[in-house]
Design a protein. Structure first.
Length: 327
């Protein structure tokens, strides 16, 4: 399994990468263009063989597409649900974003406490008149807004429920609830982060073919505890609601990338309030999630929003990502 890691390119490098992507070049050719432009880029291979493979795959298969996700999010090491109480009272100060104050749910990974901010709004729900439009900032709220439970996940095919069950990194699976009103990131913060120097931020793009999937399938508390980082797990619109285009100004399409850009702009504006460093942001994602940010690094609206990125089994040069003749 090849995983691509690259640091933020200068503008001329971004331009060259965009040309390579649009020309349909291979990942190796794209990488060469980036390196020739002064971008630091590395390839490494995930070779650990999950124990679950023993009964279902031949011995020569080391790791399959997506096999690394459970190790990134630490599901083999997560504690039982009994160690994950909700809404505990701590001496941690409240987090105040540009739009209001979300309370937190505190969880424990071993002896390490983590504050989980679940379902934090970053723009108005894409429903009604806001469907198939560019994202708008959320309405500010007064007082403390509940952020101790997962928001519904984006409307998707019913088989997304089973995909989530398979890739779930929680000890106990929770059934997903689908809704158009779903664009709420989950933020995981080591307790004490607000008193420490600002921590690195890792922004996760979930995968699953642009049709199903949810950030809530993954628990970021293990990653936050073991690596002392602030994971931000994103959602975006899926399927028709994420990509429908009428070919004219009525519905231009690419709503999911616009969702992602809106969330990525939210991060540097608000993440310092959670203890994250807005100047040290790493994007990472798997499969279609990796394709998304691999495309975004070539897009001017996303420039300046990240410092480095990790692409896991996905890149924008794959033919499935770019449609030359929509419809």
């Amino acid at each position: 399994m090849n995983i691509e890691f690259f640091q933020k390119p200068p503008r001329d490098a971004v331009s060259q990468q965009g040309e390579a992507t649009l020309a349909g070049h291979t990942a190796e050719e794209k990488t060469k263009a980036q390196r020739d432009s002064g971008v630091s880029i590395f390839f490494y291979e995930f070779q650990h063989r999950p124990s679950s493979f023993a009964k279902i795959k031949p011995a020569w298969v080391r790791a399959g597409h997506g096999a690394e996700k459970t190790f990134i999010f630490g599901s083999p090491f997560l504690m039982d649900e009994s160690s994950m109480p909700g809404a505990l009272h701590t001496k941690e100060p409240l987090v105040v974003t540009n739009y209001g104050t979300p309370p937190r749910k505190q969880v424990h990974v071993g002896k390490t406490p983590i504050n989980a901010f679940l379902g934090v709004p970053f723009y108005r729900p894409p429903v009604g008149a806001c469907r198939f439009t560019a994202p708008e900032p959320p309405e500010p709220w007064e007082g403390i807004r509940d952020a101790t439970t997962y928001a519904p996940v984006c409307l998707q095919e019913s088989w997304g429920q089973f995909t989530s069950m398979y890739f779930n990194t929680h000890k106990k699976y929770k059934w997903l609830h689908f809704s158009e009103d779903c664009l709420y990131p989950n933020v995981y913060v080591p307790v004490g982060a607000l008193r420490d120097p600002l921590l690195p931020v890792m922004v996760w793009f979930p995968g699953h073919a642009f049709l199903v999937g949810s950030a809530s399938t993954y628990d970021g508390s293990e990653l936050a505890a073991r690596e002392k980082v602030v994971p931000v797990l994103l959602h975006h619109s899926l399927g028709v609601l994420g990509f429908l285009s009428t070919g004219d100004s009525q519905a231009r399409g690419n709503w999911a990338p616009l969702d992602q850009v809106a969330a990525l702009r939210w991060v540097p504006k608000n993440i310092a309030a959670f203890g994250g460093d807005p100047g040290w942001v790493t994007w990472f994602g798997q499969s279609s999630g990796a394709m998304c940010f691999s495309g975004l690094v070539t897009s001017p609206p996303a420039w300046g929003l990240f410092q480095q990125a990790i692409s896991q089994s996905g890149t924008a040069v794959l033919r499935v990502f770019i449609t030359s003749s929509p419809g």
